[in-house]
Design a protein around this ligand. Structure first.
Ligand code: IPD
Ligand code: CA
Ligand code: CA
Length: 262
């Protein structure tokens, strides 16, 4: 039952970190750039410091991988994977689609995950074998099985040398699917697939902290998470496809033709 203990700590961390992000949301922010279109603010860093501090206090021997420069190794078999603020570009523009994303990986499997949007007060959570929940209510992926009724969500990579590869599957989704969206937070995107708001999410170039919590939440909601080529989810994969079970093979048919990014 360790996954439930990890889930409960992840939730406490996400709610506390959410207070920091709420405080910063409508304020002028000091923005630094890690790369083009890749900003970081003092709120990303404060959120990460708080979460890492809470986890280290409770589990000093666990490994921690967090976006803003925390990479603590250990042989405990448990690794926390954290995005202290997913959707920083939205945050700097005061667009309220942002999240704190925290996952606990145990012996290589994502055992528990929380995605919390502190602006909309939306908390998504799951522990392996215990179902997925949104603000305490059980959620399931949608049962829609036709492209013409499906909403597809994606994100564009920060790397600008992959524009052609990114555009070619988009054409097909725009032609054949009901709707196509770019929301600006991979964690929110995956939580929405789990809650049945969209049928499929795909993106290339994401990092473990963008997808780890989303993976267990989508799976526990009955969805399927792989890479573009149907390989099992790994946090380090370069591509991701998370869908309801009916739409997954149809989207994969399109995405398997995209050359894998290096
Ligand atoms: C980004 C968001 C975005 C995705 C980017 C991510 P960040 O995370 O998840 O939706 O398209 O690739 O890096 O930088 O805001 O934590
Ligand atoms: Ca992120
Ligand atoms: Ca981030």
């Amino acid at each position: 039952m360790s996954e439930m203990r990890y889930l409960s700590l992840a939730k406490r961390c996400a709610l506390k970190a959410g207070e920091i992000l709420r405080e910063g949301f409508n304020r002028p922010k000091h923005i630094e750039y890690k790369g083009m279109g890749d900003p970081v603010t003092e709120f990303d860093r404060r959120s990460e410091d708080l979460i890492v501090g809470m986890i280290r206090e409770r589990f000093p021997d666990h490994a921690i991988l967090a976006e803003e420069s925390t990479d603590v190794k250990s042989s405990s078999g448990v690794r926390w994977i954290i995005d202290p603020l997913d959707g920083t570009v939205n945050f700097t523009h005061s667009v309220p689609l942002i999240a704190v994303s925290i996952a606990a990986e145990v012996d290589g499997r994502i055992a528990a995950g929380v995605i919390y949007n502190p602006i909309l007060n939306d908390l998504y959570e799951a522990a392996e074998g215990h179902g997925a929940y949104h603000n305490g209510r059980r959620i399931r992926v949608s049962a829609i099985d036709t492209p013409a009724k499906s909403l597809v969500i994606t994100g564009f990579p920060y790397r600008r040398d992959r524009v052609e590869e990114v555009i070619s599957p988009m054409r097909l989704f725009i032609e054949k699917y009901e709707a196509f969206r770019r929301l600006g937070s991979a964690a929110v995107d995956m939580a929405y697939i789990a809650a049945g708001k969209g049928e499929g999410f795909y993106e290339e170039g994401l990092k473990p902290w963008d997808t780890a919590a989303g993976c267990v939440i989508v799976r526990e909601a009955g969805g399927i998470v792989t890479d573009f080529y149907g390989n099992e989810y790994r946090p380090e994969n370069r591509t991701i496809l998370a869908c309801n079970p009916a739409i997954h093979p149809l989207m994969m048919e399109v995405l398997k033709n995209v050359p894998e990014p290096e």
